[in-house]
Ligand binder design. Structure first.
Ligand code: FES
Length: 214
């Protein structure tokens, strides 16, 4: 008699207990699916905006120094821009015996590979020097003197046309390190992706070739 009364009450409210549970279950599934989609989209959206470290920096081509000239400092992006050409006679970008020609632009991370100090270009000595423990690096970031354990890290670069979206060239990888990017004719902007950094290799010290290591 009691269950008969309950059924009548449920029927009177317009929804049975089973239907009610189905609605709860269905709503939970919809909510869970929405949460999953929302989280996926949130993870896919880049965390860094253009123009802040971790994101991309778009610079006019005029920002790139002349070939083998001292590097340009971009403090906000935490990188140096160098433009290299060992086939042109120069004093800053000399070629070591274990290297082929080095031609193109590089974006070099401003943090020393030893213990993370901020090094700087030293015009008097034509090289990067770290104030903390004395590591030295060439114009392209290759280490000259220890204690740096490896060459300076590099960011990925793109050469863009004047619409800022057509990619004319981009940094290529050799042994998981960005080669200098040859800048094609027609390049109007450079894009540096500070979210895409590769560690420099542990090449021999350049001072070993000249016998000038301290
Ligand atoms: S942190 Fe640069 S040499 Fe030690």
């Amino acid at each position: 008699m009691a269950s008969q009364a309950a059924s009548i009450n449920e029927a009177g409210s317009g929804m049975t207990r089973r239907e009610f549970l189905y609605y709860i279950w269905g709503s939970s599934i919809v909510l869970l699916t929405a949460q999953t989609i929302g989280l996926t989209v949130w993870f896919l959206i880049p965390r860094f905006r253009e123009g802040e470290f971790g994101g991309r920096f778009i610079l006019p081509i005029e920002s790139l120094p002349e070939q083998n000239a001292p590097p340009e400092n971009f403090a906000d992006g935490r990188f140096w821009l160098s433009n290299l050409n060992t086939e042109q006679p120069n004093e800053l970008m000399y070629q070591a015996p274990d290297e082929g020609p080095i031609i193109g632009a590089v974006a070099i991370y401003k943090v020393c590979t030893h213990l993370g100090c901020i090094y700087a270009w030293t015009p008097a000595n034509d090289r990067f020097e770290c104030p903390c423990h004395g590591s030295k690096y060439r114009l392209d970031g290759r280490r000259i003197e220890a204690p740096a354990p490896r060459t300076l890290d590099r960011f990925k670069m793109y050469a863009l046309a004047d619409d800022k979206s057509t990619v004319l060239a981009e940094s290529q990888l050799s042994n998981n390190f960005f080669d200098p990017m040859k800048v094609p004719d027609g390049t109007a902007f450079l894009s540096i992706d500070t979210g895409d950094r590769k560690q420099g290799p542990s090449d021999p010290l350049l001072c070993d070739f000249t016998g000038t290591c301290p």
